[in-house]
Structure formats: C-alpha cells, structure tokens
Design a protein around this ligand. Structure first.
Ligand code: SF4
Length: 442
C-alpha cells in the first residue's frame, strides 16, 4: 500500500519547531511519508504562532495558498496546529471553511487519531483541551530522526507569569515541567543518533521544576544533562530575568559543556513600563544580573528581546531603553513593535501608541543595536573559534556553516568537512549577522 504524504509548515519559535518534529515522528511511525513540497502532500499541517499580530496574519496567508492546492486535490486534508489553533479553536473552522481540523498546543499526541476520525466520520474536528498542568509529551514514543547534529528538547511548557502583553499563558496553558527522567531519556536517544548539541526549551526554563514537588531545579538539570555521554554542547532558551538564580549564573564557566550564551529578554529599559508590563524586575536588577553573568563568565554572549511602543510608553521611557542598550552592549537584540493580543491585560490599557511612532522608535533602536552588534562581531576578527559544523552554508553550498559556543554563525570554505565535526576556524571577517573564517584544522 502506498503511504500517505504529509507536509508541515512551521511558524514561530523553537517550541513550534520542536512540536512539528514530534508530530512528524508520530506520523512517520504510522507510515506517513514526509515531503518538502506541499503540492505532493495528502495532509498539510500549519503549525502556528500568535505571539504577535504579524505572524498570525502570515498563517492566514499560508492557508490561502494551500486552499488552491485543495481545489486541485479535494482529498487533501488541511490542519492548523499551535498557538493560533489554541487561541481560535472552533472559530477557526468557521472562519476558514476548507480547514479540516484544528489541533491545540497540548493535543499533538492525537494527530493520527484526528486524521483517522476525520476520514472515517467526515466531520471537521477541533481538539483544543489545555487540561491543567499536564505534560503534553508524557509517554509519547520517541522516534528521533538520524543525521542531525543539533536538536531541541522541550523541558517545560506554558507559563504562570502573565506578563501583561503576552498571550503564552492563554495558548500554552499554565507552567508544567516535564519529568527530568523523560528529558534525560530523550537526550540519550538523540545522542544515539549523532546529536551533539541540545537546546533545552521552555517559555521560562529558569523556573523549571519549581512547581513539581520532588523534581530537580534547572541548574541541577543542566548538571544532569552535562553527564549524558555524547552531549558536547548545551544551550537553553528562554530565561526570565527574575528567575535567574545565582546557582544558574554560576553554571556558566563551571559546566564545560554549557555554551557561553544566554538570551535574557529585557523588554523595556523603563521601570515605569516594566511595571505596566508586569515583568517583576527593575532595570537596576536586570543590570546587576548582567554584571553577575559577566563576572562568572567574561566571554558570555548576551542577547535580548525589546518591545517598543508599549501602551503608555513616553519618549523618556524609550530613551531609557536606548540608554540601557548602550550601557549593556548586547551581542544581539530582537525588537518588536507592540501589538494587542487577545485576552491580555495590555490590550485594555490606555495610552496606545500610533503605528508611525512605534515604527520610528523601532528604527532608532535597531540602528543603535546594529552598530553595537557590528562592533561586537568585529572584535572576533583574528581570533580562533571552535565551530560545530551543521552543514552546507545557505548562501554558498560549497562552504560549511556552524556556530561558535557564543552562538555566532560562522561560514568557511571546507568542502570535505562532515556535519557534526568540531573544527577550529580563524575569523577573517565580521559581517552583519555572521562571521567568515578560514579552517585551521579538520
Ligand atoms: S514570562 Fe515569557 S512566556 Fe511567560 S508571560 Fe512573560 S513573556 Fe510570556
């Protein structure tokens, strides 16, 4: 019997990438075949992000494109997973009449059941139970894909912080940590297939284990992952500044496999706005944590997220953001214009900022950071770095690409170097978003 083919389009964060992979594993285990061309698929799943307005709009554009395929192939099933699915639920079936099923963020284990039901019953289906503090990956069979060097591993899901701008607690549910035993087993199964670098994922990894009686904490989990044979590099994301403990800070520089990079979202440099955002820290406390990280690990690369145009943000608040960016000198920064998200407190706050003003602030902030990033990257010129080779470079396929421990992309000529190799590269030139170098050893 010919196997059915599936195509998954993933929007959003690494958690969605991870979920798409787990769904792909479940489908492959049921004899579905993964394809890279949606025109060849019998099932298309769009795994969605609703963290901001723009990615949500992209989902509807993608669905529109897949509708054209369905006209040509009426048996094609189209599903929507992830955060937009969770947020919209049945409304999505009403709004988009050619969508066959909606799969919420905690229902991914039901993918094959939903497909069978859709075909046997003829009904369009919606599965979006959030179900309290339930680990959505519990007892899911593991079928790691071989041939990879790096992999994501979800260690927790959901969030209890309810920052006023954030939709995550509403679409990913309350914070739940996976059992450390399950996480370590998953990592062991990944290293058995050749994975050498794992990135531990969660909306706020720093609070891992806090709400799970008897479970180890995040710093202890890092120590346990460090002991897994075959793991050579450990990364994690995302961290909440208020939960960055002294023990976790000391892990940098103390755990040899823990890479020297932390993504620590600041969001605003103004205490007034941080309070309106309900972030739970002051700019001074954030600054102190950055100093502690740099004392523990002078080489550490620190990246952040910033929002501009939060309701009530005045010019002096924005200037405080610029001032702290200048002072901290982040290695890189992801910046966004604030947009209202359903259910959130910020959506009902007064003092909304006009779009043109948000855009002006975004441009100012980004041009400041571009200068800082360029200077930071230039400081690597002439230095020798360890690179874990991930595969051919996107721009020039005869070249290889990989990352430094500080999470910088490095491209270099090295045709014969297989993925998974650790090589030494001398950095020759710093570009805006990557480094170019020369291979020193194979
Ligand atoms: S800590 Fe992160 S995920 Fe949780 S509510 Fe705040 S921004 Fe959202």
């Amino acid at each position: 019997m010919l196997s059915k083919k599936f195509f998954i389009q993933t929007f959003g964060c690494q958690m969605n990438v991870y979920d798409s992979e787990r769904i792909a594993q479940l489908l492959t285990a049921r004899n579905y075949q993964k394809v890279d061309d949606p025109a060849r698929a019998d099932v298309i799943l769009v795994n969605t992000c609703s963290v901001r307005e723009k990615p949500e709009q992209k989902v509807y554009s993608a669905l529109g494109r897949f509708q054209a395929l369905k006209r040509k192939k009426p048996g094609l099933l189209i599903g929507v997973g992830g955060c937009v699915a969770q947020q919209e639920g049945k409304k999505l079936l009403e709004r988009v009449p050619y969508v066959d099923f909606v799969l919420g963020t905690k229902e991914l284990r039901r993918i094959t059941e939903i497909l069978d039901l859709r075909e046997s019953s003829g009904y369009r289906l919606c599965a979006t139970a959030l179900g309290g503090r339930i680990d959505p990956y519990r007892d899911l069979p593991l079928f790691p894909i071989s041939g990879r060097t790096t992999a994501f591993v979800s260690i927790m899901q959901g969030c209890d912080n309810f920052c006023s701008f954030c939709i995550v607690p509403f679409v990913r549910g309350r914070e739940v940590s996976r059992a450390s035993k399950d996480i370590l087993e998953e990592i062991q199964s990944l290293t058995a297939t050749g994975v050498q670098e794992v990135t531990l994922l969660g909306q706020n990894v720093n609070s891992y284990g806090n709400r799970a009686p008897g479970e180890i904490n995040f710093a202890e989990l890092l120590e346990a992952v460090q002991r897994v044979p075959g793991v050579e590099r450990i990364r994690f994301t995302t961290s909440h500044p208020k939960d960055l403990s002294p023990r976790l800070i000391q892990s940098f520089g103390r755990l040899p496999k823990l890479c020297e990079h932390i993504h620590l979202p600041l969001q605003s440099g103004s205490n007034r706005i941080l309070e309106r955002m309900r972030r739970g820290y002051l700019r001074e406390e954030y600054w102190e944590k950055v100093n502690s990280l740099r004392r523990a690990c002078p080489e550490i690369s620190i990246t952040t997220d910033m929002i501009v145009g939060f309701p009530g943000e005045e010019e002096r608040d924005f200037e405080e953001s610029l001032e702290i960016i200048e002072r901290i000198q982040f290695d890189d920064l992801f910046s966004f214009r604030y947009s209202d998200r359903p259910h959130t407190r910020a959506s009902s706050l007064t003092g909304k900022i006009p779009e043109d003003l948000k855009q002006r602030r975004l441009t100012d902030l980004q041009s400041l950071q571009q200068k800082i990033t360029a200077g930071k990257n230039r400081a690597w010129e002439g230095r020798v770095v360890e690179v874990l080779v991930e595969g051919p470079s996107k721009a020039r396929t005869e070249e290889k690409t990989g990352r430094t421990r500080t999470n910088r992309i490095v491209n270099f000529p090295g045709d014969s170097i297989p993925p998974g190799s650790f090589v030494r590269v001398r950095v020759e030139k710093a570009l805006a978003h990557s480094l170019r170098g020369e291979l020193l050893s194979e």
